[in-house]
Structures are given as C-alpha cells and as structure tokens.
Design a protein around this ligand. Structure first.
Ligand SMILES: C[S@@+](CC[C@H](N)C(=O)[O-])C[C@H]1O[C@@H](n2cnc3c(N)ncnc32)[C@H](O)[C@@H]1O
Length: 298
C-alpha cells in the first residue's frame, strides 16, 4: 500500500473534512478526476473506488503530477458517504459510466439506487449537483425515476454532452457509435421522502473478551453463521502459534464487509478473544456483537 497521505485509510479516520469538495465515484483509471483537479486547483477532489487497481492508478498519477488536491479512498460509495462525509458539504459529484447491472436481480447493486441517491443528495450542498453519464438507457431511466422520487433536484438532461475529458469507457462507447446520456441533478432542497438506510454504528474502543474456555478455531474453518438479521460471518483458514490461534474472518454487517483475523490468545489462566493486532477494522457495534457471539456460542 502506498504511504501518501492522500490515500485515505477508512479504518483510521473519523470524518473527511475537505473544503470546496468535489467527489468522483468509480474513477476507473483516474483520468477524469485528475484532469478536473489540474483545471481547478482551488478545489479538493475525492475519488471513491472499490477497485484496488484503480486506487493504484490514481495514486501513481497523484505522485507523477504532484497533485496536492486529490484524495482517494477504497470503499463502497454508499459507506464512504454514510460514514465519512458531512451533510451539505459537497459541491459536485461525478459518476461516469457506472456498471449498469442490467440484470433484474442485480439492480440493487446499481450506484443510483434510491438509497444511494438519497445519501448522495443529503451530503450535497444546496445548489451543488450530481452528474451522471452513461450509454445505457435503462440505467439512465432508472436513475431519472429515482431522482424524481426524491423530489429535491432540478434535473437537466443532455445527449452527447461534450465534457472536460473523455473517460476510458466514454471513448469505448463512442468508438462503437453509441450515444452518451448525461444527467445533472442540482440539489434545490432536502429530499422529501424518507428512505430506509443501511446503518452501522461506530464505537470508540474495541473491547477484548475474556473467557475461561478455549475456542477451537480449526473447527470453524470454512463455516458460515447468521448471527442475526444484519450480521453474517464466514470463517476461512486458521493458523496457530505458541499461545495464539487466528482465523481469517469475513463479517457482513448490514452489507458493510469487514475482513480481519479473529484472535484467541492465552493469557494466564484465561483466553482473550479479540480482533488480531495484524488487522485494521472499522470499530463497530457489529464487531463487538460478533466477539460476544463467538464467546457465547462455542
Ligand atoms: C465501468 S467502470 C467506469 C470507470 C470510469 N468512470 C470510466 O468512465 O472509464 C465503473 C467503475 O466503478 C467502480 N465502482 C462500481 N461500484 C462502485 C461502488 N459501489 N463504489 C465505488 N466505486 C464503484 C468500479 O470499480 C469501476 O472502476
């Protein structure tokens, strides 16, 4: 991992507070955000991506071009907005050629679900805008429908809008002779409908749990457990050394994915159950619940 401070580690921060903030979601190879950043040095740019490869590409550009006003975070856009960005703090949001998830059963993965558009709009300043570009008319209409439902935007629609730079996907679709559809959603007021949000609650300190019994993590390997409606755990490979046992763990908390090593450590007459010090996690109620569940259940 790069050590530049502009690559934000979501497990080490409380909030992202940047002035004159512009966000690009799903920046791909980084060409769009870096071009904007060079053109508007007085603004700060935050790129959000789930792809590690894309993060590497943008970090390379940041270093090569010595860009001081570009930051990036490797996390799903919903959680970045939900956890780290303040209400009414963003000037512009750009979403260029998001995966359209055309199959019906995958629609809830789209970046412009009602829930996502709601959280994006809450974080947007009044008069700020979200710009969405796509070649996919179904995705476009779906997005337009959700934007209308929120009733907080003035909506502008463009066909083959000429932008500051063509992204990789824009070039690809233009070469194939496709039309490009652009939506600009200007926030004119707060959203008018109540949208049920996926939530996770952060906690200050991560407790360790002491127990008299030994939990044999080897027996948990490759097993999945539903702890409650919002909490599902999957265990992978386990490892042991002198006085510590570790197991690779994936915990889905309301769809937020934690990945860490669970540790069982011998301490005097007790065992301590905790998140391994090798793992960095977002400290949440769900993780605490998981540790308590582990102690209780095995
Ligand atoms: C089709 S590519 C487009 C890349 C670039 N914007 C372009 O126009 O060339 C979509 C990008 O969105 C990213 N992405 C998809 N879902 C995301 C999410 N929920 N949060 C952040 N990034 C996401 C993907 O990793 C991928 O790089």
């Amino acid at each position: 991992m790069s050590s530049i401070i502009q690559e934000i580690n979501p497990r080490r921060i409380e909030k992202i507070t940047l002035n004159n903030l512009v966000v690009e979601i799903g920046f791909g190879n980084g060409i769009y955000i870096s071009t904007l950043a060079k053109k508007f040095p007085e603004k700060n740019f935050l790129g959000i991506e789930i792809s590690g490869e894309s993060i590497k590409k943008l970090v390379k550009i940041i270093k090569r071009e010595n860009l001081k006003n570009v930051y990036c975070i490797k996390l799903d856009a919903y959680w970045t907005f939900y956890l780290f960005l303040e209400d009414n703090s963003i000037e512009e949001v750009y979403i260029n050629f998001p995966d359209p998830w055309p199959k019906k059963r995958h629609i809830e993965r789209r970046l412009t679900t009602l829930e996502n558009l709601y959280i994006f709009s809450k974080k947007l300043k009044t008069n700020g805008f979200i710009q969405i570009k796509t070649d996919d008319l179904n995705f476009y209409n779906y997005t337009l429908e959700n934007a209308n439902l929120l009733n907080c935007f003035e909506i502008f629609e463009y066909k083959n809008f000429v932008d500051i730079v063509q992204t990789k996907y824009e070039k690809k679709w233009l070469e194939k002779g496709k039309d490009i559809y652009t939506l600009r959603l200007f926030k004119i007021k707060e959203p008018e409908i109540n949208v049920k949000l996926k939530e996770i609650r952060r906690i200050k300190d991560m407790a360790h749990i002491k127990t008299k019994k030994f939990i044999n993590v080897k027996e948990l390997e490759n097993k999945v457990f539903k702890i409650n409606e919002n909490l599902v755990v999957k265990f992978f490979k386990s490892y042991s050394r002198e006085d510590e046992w570790l197991i690779e763990t994936l915990l889905s908390e309301n769809d937020y994915i934690h990945y860490f090593f669970t540790s069982i450590r011998k301490k005097d007459e007790d065992y301590v159950i905790s998140i391994s010090s090798f793992s960095e996690v977002l400290k949440t109620e769900g993780i605490l619940e998981f540790l308590k569940w582990l102690e209780k259940s095995f």
